[in-house]
Design a protein. Sequence first.
Length: 389
Amino acid sequence: MKLFHRLRTVKPKTFDIVLSLGLTCAVGTGVYQYYKYQCDSLLEAQETPKKHSLFPENMMKKFKKAPELNLELPVVEAILTKAPGIPPPIDRDYPVQLVVNLDTTIEVKPISKQYKYPYWTFNGTVPGPFIRARVGDVMQVNYLNLDETGMAHNIDFHCVTGPGGGAEMLLAEKDEEKTGFFKLLTSGLFIYHCAAGPVPSHISNGMYGLMLVEPEEGLPKVDKEFYVMQSEFYCEPSDDDPKLMEHSYANGLDEKPTYVVFNGREGSLIDTPLLANTGERIRFYFGNAGPNLSSSFHVIGAIFDKVFREGDLVSPPERNVQVTQVPPGGATMIEFEAIVPGTYSFVDHAIFRIEKGAVGFLKIAGAPRPDIYHGMDRPKRCPGCKLHQ
Ligand SMILES: [Cu+2]
C-alpha cells in the first residue's frame, strides 16, 4: 500500500491512466470469458461440433426472437446427431422455438476401401445430422456456408410449408449466414436437402439428411432407434489423384451410379454394424436421398410388423411387410421385434446394388431360440457372399 501511495503521489496522472486501462482490460476479459463459457457449455451438449462464431453478437443472433410470428415461445437449441444416432424422444407437451444450427463444408473422406471422395456436407457429415422436432414448433434455422470453393448453397426442408421449403430464404453465398423461421404444421418423417443449382449435383454430392416432426402426442416408446439413409454417388476416377473419385454429371444423367450406399459410403454399416438385443423393439428411420433410384428396403430374416409408408405418422401403419418402397426424396419409419439372435443383413432388394454398397448389418445378441429357428446341422456360410457374416 505504501508503494501504491508513493506512486500515486509521484505521478498521479500517469498512474490513474494505467490503473483505468488495467481495470478496463480485466472487466473486458471477464465478460469475454463469461460469454465463451456459456457458448462452450452449449456446444458441449451437442454431438455434432459447430463452426458458428462464438462471439457474443452471433449468440444474440442465434437466439433472436421472431416478432413476425407473434409468438413468445421458450427457445431451445436442437440436439443434432450423426447417423446412425437419433436424438432422444421429445418429452414436452408444448411448442418451442427450436434453434437448428447447420453449416456446409467440403470434406474429403473414404467412399470405399479404395477411393476417397470430396463430399459436400451439412455439419461435416453425409448424411447430414438428424433433426427431431414436435408439430407446432417454430424452427429457427441458422445456416452458415463455409464452403471454401465459393459455391452458394441452401436448404429445402420437406417438412416446411412455403415456397421452396425455405430454400430461397436460406440461400447463402460463401461465408454468409442466413436465418429463417418456419412453423412446423405437419408431423411426419421428412428429407431435407440442398436445392441450389444445379440441384442434382448438390444432392448427389451428399447434401441431405432426415428430420422427424413428432405428432403432439409423441411416438410410442421403442428400445432402439437407428438413422439410415440410402443414396447414390456418380463418379469417375480423378486424372490427378489415383485414390480420388470425382463427381460425374454425365453418369448422373445416365442414371448409372458408381455407388449405392447406406449412410454415405460403402461398408459404413458393415464396419460398424447396428447393435440390438433379443426382446428389444427396433425402429428404423429410413430415408432415400436418391437422387435417381427408388429403394426396395428389406431386412433379411425379419418381417416389419409396422411400416409407416412415406413417413406418414398419422395413418394406421401397414402390417407384416417384407420389402417397402421408398422413393427418392422420401422416407419411411419401420418397426419390428428382435426375436432370434444373429447377424441380419439389410439391403436394397434391387439386389445387384449390393455390389455397389447397398448392404449393412444389424447384430442382435441374445440366447438362441431353437423353438423358432433350428437346423439339424451347423450353419454354413456361402463363400464370397456379401450378405452373410
Ligand atoms: Cu448445395
